[in-house]
Design a protein around this ligand. Structure first.
Ligand SMILES: Cc1cc2nc3c(=O)[nH]c(=O)nc-3n(C[C@H](O)[C@H](O)[C@H](O)COP(=O)(O)O)c2cc1C
Length: 397
């Protein structure tokens, strides 16, 4: 039998890996799976922090029983977040441990009733309330809209651990390595950014407000609900979240295009080449039909420059580009330098929509919108080079 994973002397990780699920929220691809993390504090009051996804019942109960044994109960379940991948086993826990107290804020408790009809044994905590577990003390902070209205984090004062719920979480299963110093950090930084940009990204302002609220806490470990536990480099993820939630991009450009027959792709390639010749090394070119928007959005979050090109399809945008920009609008993308170009065959249409998009977001337009008929001729390519140069100049300002 594998040894239980200790986060510290009496705190255990009781997470499960999910390698079966194709799409997170039935929307975002999981090529590397996802882990649902839950934690036990084995103190005078035995406390569980969040549960896991509904389908993981057997494995999860087994892990809990291995730590607490068959004859002990659980005193508290801290419900930091009601999204089903964490609240999925609340009913099963209530059945198994009928005396368990369900700890949440006012909104959590309302949600528990509307999700499961649960009204008994709830324990409401307010901002800054503390629950004494014996050696450990949990203090609660609400973090509204990071990324649901009831979202909350629990700070353990004795060992200075932050149970951060979905904040600082990442996609990717925990393949043996559970802690940041046991895993490939670059991989998890990428999957954390994809999780942030896809799931939390719309709520940068709320993340910044949470930062202000938690800024005086001494945080030694961050225990999120997905991905590795940060015990060696907690400051690294705090820094990344701060940057991403301020929409601060690095020097680099994402070029994304929608094409049927390759003309729009050809233009994207020539812009990419011109940008690189101006000395920018981080240039990523994506075909919106091929790469899932989840990955494109993640790179858009990473870099400061963005160029979008679309052929005209039935008088409007090529559908995969339309879908991508609607997600970007919804996520409130801002603070980018954006170039746009359209291609068309007769009366056009894609560029008009791209202009509407740029006008709807809080971003700087590079050079001017370019409309190119069918295949790009020499003068069109020259205009594209000017777009590339202007974008690079703005990136470096
Ligand atoms: C299915 C289809 C629909 C199109 N619809 C329009 C249109 O409504 N208006 C227009 O001006 N051009 C239209 N075009 C022309 C393309 O936008 C134009 O040929 C463009 O250069 C194609 O770029 P691509 O080679 O990157 O696919 C259409 C082309 C196709 C194949």
């Amino acid at each position: 039998m594998l040894e239980a994973v200790k986060v510290s002397e009496n705190v255990y990780w009781v997470g499960v890996n999910d390698r079966k699920l194709e799409l997170f929220e039935n929307l975002w691809p999981l090529p590397y799976g996802v882990a649902y993390n839950s934690y036990i504090i084995d103190d005078e009051k035995v406390t569980l922090i969040d549960t896991v996804e509904e389908g993981q019942l057997n494995q999860y109960m087994k892990e809990i029983k291995e730590i607490i044994g068959d004859n002990r109960g659980i005193d508290y379940l801290i419900v930091n977040h009601m999204e089903p991948d964490h609240s999925g086993l609340i009913e099963a826990l209530v059945k198994e441990f009928p005396n368990i107290k369900l700890v949440g804020n006012k909104k959590t408790i309302e949600m528990m009733e509307s999700f499961f009809g649960i009204t008994n044994n709830t324990y409401e905590v307010k901002e800054g309330d503390v629950i004494d577990l014996g050696k450990h003390r949990l203090k609660f902070y609400t973090t509204p809209m990071v990324h649901w209205p009831e979202s909350m984090v629990a700070y353990e004062e004795t060992e200075k651990m932050l149970f951060s719920s979905d904040a600082f979480g990442s996609f990717g299963t925990l393949d043996g390595g559970i802690f940041d110093d046991e895993v490939e950090l670059d991989f998890f930084e990428g999957e954390m950014r994809r999780y942030y940009s896809n799931i939390v990204g719309k709520y940068g302002g709320a993340v910044q407000r949470a930062f202000t609220k938690l800024k005086d806490l001494d945080i030694k470990r961050i225990c999120p609900s997905h991905g590795p536990i940060w015990r060696s480099y907690p400051e690294k993820v705090l820094e990344l979240y701060d940057k991403w939630s301020k929409y601060e991009g690095e020097e680099g450009v994402v070029i994304v295009y929608g094409t049927m027959y390759g003309n729009t792709a050809k233009i994207a390639e020539s812009i990419g080449r011109a940008i690189t010749q101006k000395g920018i090394k981080n240039v990523k070119i994506y075909d919106a039909s091929k790469t899932h928007s989840s990955f494109i959005i993640s790179d858009i979050w990473k870099y400061k420059g963005l160029i979008i090109g679309s052929s005209t399809y039935d008088a409007t945008l090529f559908p995969p580009v339309e879908s991508l920009i609607s997600k970007l609008q919804n996520k409130g993308i801002k603070n980018k330098i954006v170039g746009i170009f359209g291609t068309y065959g007769w009366s056009g249409g894609s560029l008009k929509k791209l202009k509407e998009f740029v006008n709807s977001i809080d971003c700087q337009l590079a050079y001017k919108p370019l409309d190119i008929k069918h295949s790009p001729n020499e003068s069109a390519i020259n205009e594209c080079i000017k777009l590339a140069e202007d974008l690079v100049n703005r990136l470096r300002k």
